[in-house]
Design a protein. Sequence first.
Length: 518
Amino acid sequence: MMSSTETAGTDTPSVEAAGATATSAPTASPETASPETASPETASPETASPETAIPAITSLDGLVEREEAAFLARTQRSAELWERASHVMPGGVASSWASSRPVPVWVDRGLGGHVWDADGTEYVDMHGGYGVNVVGHAHPAVVEAVQRRVALGTHFAQPTEDTIVVGEALRSRFGLPMWRYTNSGTEATMDAVHLMRAITGRSLVIKIEGTYHGHHDALMVSSFRSAAQLGSIDDPHRVPGSGIPQAMADLLRIVPFNDLEALQRVLEAHAGQIAGMILEPMMMNAGIISPKPGYLQGVVDLVHAHGGLVAFDEVKTGMVVHPGGVTAMYGVQPDMVCLAKALGGGVPCGAIGGTAEVMAAITDGRYDQVGTFNGNPLTMAAARAVLTEVLTPESYVRAEQLGRQMLAGSLAALHQNGQPAYGAVHGFKGSVVFHGTPCTDYREFLEIDLAISHCHFLYQHNGGVFLPPWGKSESWTLCVSHSDADGERYVDNVARLARDVAPIVDRSSLIFGEGQYN
Ligand SMILES: Cc1ncc(COP(=O)(O)O)c(C=O)c1O
């Protein structure tokens, strides 16, 4: 059933992050990023070779500064565009999370597993648009489907046949019989919560500490918080996102991932009040945290025993870690599955699947699941190509094989250099984590060192591999076109980082605080 790889850490003792007291992590902005301070030579990923460059660097912050200078020197056009963008878009970006230090990189185009930035530099793209691009860029099947649809009209707010084909494909992958569409993961999880409440007539919803399910009021609570904000493990704080009233947060109950006893306590404490629980069945946005054996079935059984419904948020994992997501990989059936990201092959998308009982609430009008663009013909044409032509069973096998090679090579290099590390590979997803012990929940994840994780992002970028920023929280996303050579480039960059950090004894950082999300 599970074909994935989990590789645990080394015997090498963890490195003490002593004395990290400063908390003023300078967030780069168009005003503060200073390409002028960087080397005047524009380095390409191939030529940016810190090996040749340097007097010994004795701190992680020193490595960060050196690599950020090289990064800025290579991305001058991005810095110019960022400055111009800052006059029309707050923060100079279209979405606040596209802003990352040292400068958000403007992308010009992509093809297959590669992208080119505005300075013309080519990268192996393992960012994948935050986990969307498992089909790669401009896949011929998706291009053909979208071009054909554009010529036939892209919006009617009336159903097209592709909505049926996509629903049938999702039914066979995830085992849930009925599907509806949305335009984003945010909308899919919002519908899941609405359905729980509409069907049970109850208000309280349980979510996992630290997880993100989109930016709507019902669930943007206790996401991305630092250790200092979490409160007691027995009764975690319910911290709303900015702009969200505490009254909304108070409709949630927060439990740690992988902890059935905590879940049971909450269910018993609020007997008859819990509408349901939403969780990522494999935690993403915190590296990759796998469910312990029996955890997912335990969640479903406990919540059902208390009259609630369970939704798996598979926005990041669905069709990515396995053809039928974590749901099929672990063979545990929730009441609802939320999808987005990879479904549309790069076109905005979302979907919610449910059991016959749950979806009957839509059929009989207890819940109006609506949206002008739901099932948009362009999205559905792309999704049909993704599901029926591109993401074949073989594509998952191939991606996982490449991922395993990348993980094995990376861990060998890190362990040879005394760096504690572990990792995971599941289908197109994988990560290398710079920490000795595999994390099982969000609090453990917060202990991972931020400075070395950001260094890793910079080393990869300067070495020609585009990873998502926020090195500690994100993972790689492979696509159907990535080659062994692409994977080797990743491993080479990890090896260079491993060699450079080996002599650094004091791992404290004045740039990055401890116990923070990023
Ligand atoms: C697990 C999870 N759920 C939901 C969402 C929200 O999806 P969207 O950004 O499409 O609204 C995200 C976005 O990253 C996510 O990671």
